[in-house]
Design a protein around this ligand. Structure first.
Ligand code: ADP
Ligand code: ASP
Ligand code: MG
Length: 412
């Protein structure tokens, strides 16, 4: 029988009623003749609650215990979903990550999937099981410890299962009915896209569009998984939602496909560091060793052999970054006059494959922001995206102004 992967996010399994509704959707696909692998998230808010408990007990916690705890929300929903399906007379059972087993690296809280052996689930499908409900977000390390795949990781679990089992499609059911030109919570004129190219989705996801975890898009692109995002609340048919697909499959193309934003960024400036060979390594190696995810980097003009170095990182990593820089200074590896942390910034980005062949997008973006009186603090670009750091209080305004100026509410 053909296989389908259906993933239900936190809001889609937030209550027993919603689990029932999701189970009915699964029942429809079973009736159509599919063997279904259902991937579930924890009930919405649950993972945050678990993370909060961990932080309260042990702020610098053992990462292995963090994973053991924060992965547990998914175990509950997997069991409840399996029971709900059984009540509907659909042969189903639940699987935790380790039982499959979903084999990962040992990078706790950010583990990568190494392999998903298919034998266990396939043996059960051969015996007549129609639905395998798998707890998303979690796996097992080579050391036999529970791992998690990073926040939003159930999307990645879903795509990885679709690739491993050669599923006909991977449907991601969530609280919006597809991928929009920007976060519909920020801009109500945001337009749902019927299709979006893998490369664009990858950039949007990594620049803050939470609707899919970045790694899930990477995997779908690599393994050519047919990936669809759709709503678990409305009735859906074959053509609902947004298909994430190869660029060639898309007819309608705007130069800019979407705008993404990331609220909790920080801008750090090392004032007056020696401008000498090896200085970047002397700064960024200790930051990386300390687990700081540096994003944008700008080195200013050098004067009298000294320069300012600015970088951005998630705001919750600021104290880690400060500690790493203070230690590097104490050990004499770097010398700087001051470290200024601006913890009130956000990143706003425009993304589009069309930028490869169209010039002027950056100029227009800067012009729009300047007309709104929004100061740009740092800029970075790549072939298909432009990102700026702005004061956090202007984030929504920047997103709305850019969405308007690039006319994203209109199809091309
Ligand atoms: P789930 O719990 O189902 O995994 P998430 O909260 O992780 O859902 O992702 C869905 C949310 O992503 C939406 O509610 C929406 O606010 C946000 N989002 C951000 N950018 C976009 C976008 N471009 N298109 C659709 N949703 C987006
Ligand atoms: N429950 C996890 C989280 O909130 C994983 C997920 O929902 O994808 O991050
Ligand atoms: Mg999510």
């Amino acid at each position: 029988m053909p296989t389908l992967v259906m993933k239900f996010g936190g809001t889609s399994v937030a209550t027993l009623d919603r689990i029932k509704r999701a189970a009915k959707r699964v029942g429809v696909e079973v009736a159509r003749g599919y063997d279904v692998i259902v991937i579930v998230s924890a009930m919405s808010g649950k993972t945050n609650e678990l993370v909060g408990w961990v932080e309260e007990v042990s702020p610098m916690c053992d990462a292995r215990e963090y994973d053991a705890i924060v992965s547990s929300g998914e175990n509950v929903t997997a069991g409840l979903m399996a029971l709900t399906l059984q009540e509907m007379e659909i042969p189903a059972r639940s699987w935790q990550g380790w039982q499959v087993p979903l084999l990962t690296t040992s990078a706790h809280s950010a583990a990568r999937i190494n392999e998903i052996p298919t034998d266990n689930l396939n043996a059960k499908f051969a015996e007549g099981m129609r639905v395998a409900v798998v707890a998303g977000f979690q796996g097992i390390s080579p050391e036999g410890r529970i791992t998690t795949l990073g926040r939003g990781g159930s999307d990645t679990t879903a795509v990885a299962f679709a690739a491993a089992f050669g599923a006909e499609r991977c449907d991601i059911y969530t609280d919006v009915d597809g991928v929009y030109t920007t976060d519909p919570r920020i801009e109500d004129k945001a337009r749902k896209l019927d299709k979006i190219a893998f490369e664009e989705m990858l950039e949007l996801a990594s620049l803050g569009a939470k609707v899919l975890q970045t790694r899930s898009v990477e995997l779908a692109m690599r393994y050519k998984v047919k990936l669809r995002v759709l709503s678990s609340f409305d009735e859906q048919d074959e053509n609902s939602g947004t298909l994430v697909c190869a660029e060639e499959e898309i007819v309608e193309k705007n130069v800019v496909a979407g705008v993404a934003s990331q609220r909790d960024e920080a801008k750090m400036t090392l004032v007056s560091v020696a401008d000498r060979p090896g200085i970047a390594a002397a700064i960024f190696v200790p930051l990386s060793d300390a687990g700081v995810n540096v994003d944008m980097i700008v080195q200013n003009i050098s004067e009298d052999g000294r320069t300012d170095m600015t970088f951005s990182c998630p705001v919750e990593q600021v104290s880690r970054a400060e500690k790493a820089m203070a230690e590097a200074k104490d050990s004499g590896e770097i010398n700087f006059h001051d470290l200024i942390a601006d913890t009130d910034v956000a990143k706003v980005s425009v993304v589009g494959i069309g930028m490869r062949s169209h010039t002027g997008v950056a100029a227009k973006m800067f012009d729009v922001l300047s007309k709104e009186g929004i100061n740009i603090k740092v800029i970075t670009t790549s072939e298909i995206k432009i990102s700026v750091l702005v004061d956090r209080k202007y984030m929504e305004l920047a997103v709305q102004a850019l969405h308007d100026a690039f006319e994203l509410h209109k199809a091309s």
